[in-house]
Write a protein that binds this ligand. Sequence first.
Ligand SMILES: Cc1ncc(C[n+]2csc(CCOP(=O)(O)OP(=O)(O)O)c2C)c(N)n1
Ligand SMILES: [Mg+2]
Length: 404
Amino acid sequence: MTSQQDIHTPEFLTGDEFSIPTFRLLKQDGSLFEGATAPELDRDQALRIYQAMVTTRVLDERMMAAQRQGRLSFYMQCTGEEAAVIGATAALEDADMIMAQYREQGALVYRGFTYDEFMNQLFGNELDYGKGRQMPIHYGSRKLHYMTISSPLATQIPQAAGYAYGQKLAGEGHCTITFFGEGAASEGDFHAALNMASVHEVPVIFFCRNNGYAISTPSIEQFAADGIAPRAYGYRMHVIRVDGNDILAVLAATRAARRIAVEHNKPVLIEAMTYRLAAHSSSDDPSGYRSKKEEEAWREKDPLLRMRLWLIAHEWWSEEQEKALQEELRREVLETMKRAEKRPPPPLDSLVTDVYADVTPALQRQLDRLKTHIRQYPDSYPRGASSLDPDVAVGDDAATEGDA
Ligand SMILES: Cc1ncc(C[n+]2csc(CCOP(=O)(O)OP(=O)(O)O)c2C)c(N)n1
Ligand SMILES: [Mg+2]
């Protein structure tokens, strides 16, 4: 479909005629902007949202500290982006599908993923749903409709469009939300996904967390246009830009987006303006590419503080409750971590299962050789390797036989 309008002199358009406003409801002091109406939100859901935000913050602080202590190989924090992720999730039905990037652990917390489940994945122990095959933070939960994270950027975006197409065919009134960073939106997959969703009219919400950085690259060096939102025009898609640190605005915008998606089978793009307050990951040091002053300015816009002030103004929360919750969560996270660390890794044989219906002779041979090698060089394997497989007793005299 193209416009039928003719012109007879060469006039170019640049897109400058579009200006995209930012939807905001809540001021940093916890009061509403003049003319703003809070979305319908009862005490129970408000506290479920807020507690998920605090639970995520505490998890991130403790696990980052655990990484620094050498107990964990890698970690990524959601810090500063909790309102964007949890507000969007709270606007959905719990059976809607979530396809996330990697910084959206808050969505899992909101849906009830426990500290135990997080830790089992982070330590790759025998209870990890992924059987220790992925780096830390690659969570997934079939039960909670949360697709397992995969590292290659933007791959989840076309997958979400396809999954939502399936939901449309199933006709059960569900939609899919896919989260991604503004950096991932530079991938071709982003454009392919938006076009496909728009042409096929599928119930998908494309939720961009514009947090200012793609690792060390500031957004100003990533695109010349006004953020990600204008790209929706190219696909004739509904779009809204929202203050990503404003829990009420994110909730209201995503609820409205869900209605458009589910009731009209139309995709929606949401651009949430926020800031990655922590480092990109445990492998990154932001002091090399941004100032403390910039970080401080954003710390004052902390989404947790903003929601806490709103809750306190409603007399739904108090500083005492805050203190008690923080203490309880810190204790819980440490206890859970100790438990998860002690659990053995998945059985060694699981290295070759789930590839084919039956383990092929070639894979079986590789596994046998590995076991022989472990017997021969027990000191070169991590402690606990002996418990990887009941047949293998590290240090056993009989263990030197074999062909390795
Ligand atoms: C295809 C691909 N290219 C590069 C990377 C390396 N990489 C991992 S995260 C990242 C930055 C992504 O930034 P953004 O999408 O803005 O998300 P944020 O980390 O800010 O949440 C890059 C370049 C990758 N994982 N996959
Ligand atoms: Mg980013």
